[in-house]
Structures are given as structure tokens and as C-alpha cells.
Design a protein around this ligand. Structure first.
Ligand code: PLP
Length: 475
């Protein structure tokens, strides 16, 4: 064996560089939480690429590399991070991630990850219980909400009785799913990947709170039927991505039951309220869902990506991919909960359950309850501050921890307001003191905050509003 390979796997050098790295990470956490560094150091993409193309560890150490990577990355643990909906991971979960990356058990089949397969099942049972499912439910973890939604919709399609689409293809059968026009774009993408085309995704308009208009469900359903289209699924958003609005799951559930279609809930962001006494009411009726997804990397403090896909009836989860892979599975037809690749897109899969498990087994599900409740409370505090300031207006009162609002512009012509809000948001990005994002609703540009950090204070929020006004004046 070469000396190089011996060096790569040397446990002693791992021990040493590992200790240094943990110190660096702890310093990073400390500085981010104390706001001693900017939340972001935005560098233009081509400049960034040029830097890393020319960078080489020959002239510097791995420690310098880590330091530069930390300095120029966006800092989710910074209280002035109020942007996209990704958790500042609980440090214990990130430590576990280091371990799982070394163990690297592939998880596709039981032999390739016994403990992590069982741990994943415990994680699923914990979430299923919080949803209110009984013990016939089952599911698994998968790589992100996008893939989880696609998987669930494939399961939904597999329930169609008069055509075995897995073997025969869609043929001339016209299928569609129903979803709100505010749903995450990945639902639209899933429908198209499934070959449903534009007609196969029926987008139901939303009300003034950006929730699906349940009064229009029957009308859209009947229109589809009249065109010879079979609706096979209805998807509820809990909550939507842009405004964090919760669809009425109770009514969607009743609608699905009446028409005997699959009811899927996209709870990627807001499904986690099942753990919050205070906010659980937002998903009333969720236990009616045939399937639901939740991103643990959004509202459950877990590193990306870790998504739960849970079925009300565990049996259904085995119908998604009814395919032979004899080299992996000895008994193809059996429902073996422990051979996960029978039911997941992934063959090799991350040991993602371990990260979530490390949080709940150390701190209890109380940790998730507090995280969700505290962040949803913060959005209410922030929206009150916005409401109290005559220079701003809200798109709608927040239901989740997402707040959309805009500058009204002192004397700015209505047609220039989008430019004003866009350029202020761009200035915020360039400056790096705060991180917020923007969205477009009814052709209007809005700032969009997701309160992702439990350490964001009212003072931080006030400072943000002052900063936005200042940037507007200097615009
Ligand atoms: C974030 C999000 C998704 C996509 O999940 P990823 O984990 O980013 O793939 C889907 N639906 C909703 C409602 C989301 O908020």
C-alpha cells in the first residue's frame, strides 16, 4: 500500500485535526450567536468561482481552508439570519452527522445499517404519533421534501385500480392532481415528471390569506371529470412556502374521502406544528391524510437533508415501486420494514435518522415543541412591529414563522414600488448585516422573513426595519 493511503486513514492525524475542527466550529457558533461576524459575506458567483479555482491547500493548511469556508458561508446560527427556511442545526445533531459520515452505512438493505435502520423507524414512529396516526402507519426518511412529495404522489398513483401504470405506463389515461396555486413548485415538477403534463396539475386559486379556496374544489373537480380527466390525488399545503399559509386540511380530507382520491399533505415546512400544543390547531384534520411529508431540516433543527414521509396505512408504502431487484431482496413480495430501498428512491441513503434521534433522545420531543412554538411566536412579534410602522404593510397576518411585508414608499409611484422593494432587498444582501429574502405575490414584490433562529430578538427585528427604511431613503 502507498504511503499516501496510509496517511489518509491515519487515526492519529484524524484525532488531531478533528479536535482543531471542533474548536473552530465552537468558535464559529459563539461568534455567530453573539453577532461578532456578519450573517453573510455575499460574493458574486464568478468571483467566488475564480477564488476556489485558484485556491490550493499546497500553500495553506486545512485549517485555513476551514476558516475561509466558514467566513464566506452564510451563517444560519446568526440571530440576523431571517431568510430561507432551513434550520440552524442543533450542534448535537451535527456532531452525530460527523459520526454517520464516517460510519457511512448505506441503509438500502438492513445488513448495511442495522442500528440506523431501527433508529429511523423509531423516528418515524415518534412523528407518526405526534400526527395522530395509529400503529398501522409507517414510513421512512428520504432526501428532501421534493423527493418525498414525488414519492408520495407515485404511491397515490399506484392505487389506481383499472390500470397498472407501473407495467403498462400512463397510456391514454388522463390523470391529474389538485393543489393550490400557492403550492411549492416541486409539486408541479412531480406531476410533470410523472408524465401528467400541464393538464395533470389542477391549480386551485387561493383566498386573501393565500389558502386554497375550498369552495372551488368541486367546480374544478367537475371540470376535470367533464374533460375525461381522472383526479387521483389532492394535495394540501401545511404550510405554503411563500407566505406560510395553512390550507384547511379538514375540508380537503373530507373532499378526498368523498371522491375516493388520495389525500397528501405537504408539511415540509409547517408539519412540525404537530409537536406544538399552541399551534397544532393549524393542521386540524391532518390525521385524515393518506400521506404526509415533513422536512426535519426546516423546523426540527436537523442538518440537511432529512425528510420524513409517513403513510396513514403502512401497507401503501410498499406499492410505490413494485419492481424486481433480486440481487438486493431475497423475498421481493414481503413487507420487510427493515429493507428500506424497497420503498425509497434511494438505494444508498444517508443515516439521516441518527441526526434527528440524537436531538429527541437527548432533549426529548420537547425540543421540537419549543423550537416551533418560539419561532412561530417570533413571527407574530415581528408582524406586530411591521403593523405598528406606517411605512410598511403586511401581505397577510402570519400563520407560521414566515412574514411577507413591503415598504409602502413615501411618495413613490405605485409602479415603482416593486423596484424600490427589490433594490432594498438587494442592498440588504450586499451589505451582509441581515439576511432576508423576497417573494412576489399578486405581482407585488414583498420582503420575506422566515424567523428561523430562536435567538433573534425584538431588538434585532426593530434594527432590521430601521435598516430597510434607511436603505429605501438612500435608494
Ligand atoms: C421546502 C419545501 C419543499 C421542498 O423541500 P426540500 O427539502 O427543499 O426539497 C416542498 N414543499 C414545501 C411546502 C416546502 O416548504
Amino acid at each position: 500500500m502507498s504511503d499516501l493511503l496510509k496517511k489518509i486513514y491515519n487515526p492519529e492525524s484524524f484525532r488531531e485535526s478533528g479536535h482543531h475542527l471542533v474548536d473552530l466550529i465552537a468558535d464559529h457558533l459563539e461568534k455567530s450567536l453573539a453577532q461578532q461576524v456578519p450573517v453573510n459575506n455575499y460574493i458574486l458567483p464568478d468571483v467566488q468561482l475564480e477564488y476556489w479555482r485558484n485556491h490550493s491547500l499546497e500553500n495553506s493548511s486545512i485549517e485555513d481552508f476551514y476558516k475561509k469556508l466558514i467566513a464566506d458561508s452564510i451563517h444560519l446560527h446568526h440571530p440576523k439570519y431571517m431568510g430561507h427556511q432551513i434550520s440552524p442545526p442543533a450542534p448535537i445533531a451535527s456532531l452525530s452527522a460527523m459520526l454517520t459520515d464516517i460510519l457511512n452505512n448505506g441503509m438500502g438493505i438492513y445488513e448495511m445499517g442495522g442500528p440506523s435502520t431501527a433508529i429511523e423507524r423509531v423516528v418515524i414512529e415518534t412523528i407518526a404519533q405526534a400526527i395522530g396516526y395509529d400503529n398501522t402507519s409507517d414510513g421512512f426518511l428520504t432526501s428532501g421534501g421534493t423527493l418525498a412529495n414525488l414519492t408520495a404522489l407515485l404511491t397515490a398513483r399506484a392505487q389506481i385500480k383499472d390500470r397498472h401504470i407501473w407495467t403498462e405506463g400512463n397510456g391514454t389515461k388522463k390523470l391529474a392532481l389538485m393543489v393550490s396555486e400557492q403550492a411549492h413548485y416541486c409539486v408541479d415538477r412531480a406531476a410533470r415528471i410523472m408524465g401528467l403534463g400541464t393538464e395533470g396539475i389542477i391549480k386551485v386559486p387561493v383566498n386573501e390569506k393565500y389558502q386554497i379556496r375550498t369552495d372551488l374544489l368541486e367546480k374544478h373537480y367537475e371540470e376535470a371529470v367533464a374533460k375525461g380527466i381522472e383526479v387521483f390525488a389532492v394535495v394540501g399545503s401545511a404550510c405554503t412556502t411563500s407566505t406560510g399559509s395553512y390550507d384547511n386540511l379538514e375540508i380537503l380530507g373530507e373532499f378526498a374521502e368523498k371522491h375516493q382520491v388520495w389525500f397528501h399533505v405537504d408539511g415540509a415546512h409547517g408539519g412540525a406544528v404537530v409537536f406544538s400544543q399552541k399551534y397544532r390547531h393549524l393542521v386540524k384534520g391532518v390525521e385524515k391524510a393518506d400521506s404526509i411529508i415533513m422536512d426535519c431540516h426546516k423546523m426540527m433543527m436537523t442538518p440537511s437533508v432529512t425528510t420524513a414521509l409517513i403513510y396513514k396505512s403502512g401497507d401503501a408504502s410498499y406499492s410505490t415501486f413494485s419492481q424486481n431487484a433480486n440481487y438486493l431482496f431475497e423475498k421481493e413480495q414481503d413487507q420487510e420494514w427493515y429493507n428500506l430501498a424497497k420503498r425509497t428512491f434511494e438505494c444508498t441513503k444517508l443515516m439521516m435518522g441518527v441526526k434527528f434521534y440524537s436531538i429527541i433522545s437527548t432533549y426529548g420531543t420537547q425540543a421540537i415543541e419549543e423550537f416551533v412554538t418560539v419561532l412561530y411566536d417570533k413571527a407574530r412579534t415581528f408582524s406586530e412591529l411591521v403593523n405598528d410602522d406606517p411605512e410598511f404593510e403586511l401581505a397577510t397576518d402570519p400563520e407560521s414563522n414566515i412574514v411577507c411585508y413591503r415598504l409602502k414608499g413615501k411618495g413613490t409611484a405605485a409602479e415603482k414600488l416593486n423596484d424600490l422593494n427589490s433594490s432594498v432587498r438587494k442592498a440588504i444582501l450586499d451589505e451582509g448585516e441581515f439576511y432576508i429574502v423576497q417573494t412576489v405575490l399578486d405581482n407585488k414584490v414583498y420582503f420575506r422573513n422566515t424567523m428561523m433562529n430562536p435567538f433573534t430578538s425584538k431588538e434585532d427585528m426593530l434594527q432590521l426595519l430601521e435598516k430597510l427604511k434607511l436603505l429605501a431613503e438612500n435608494n
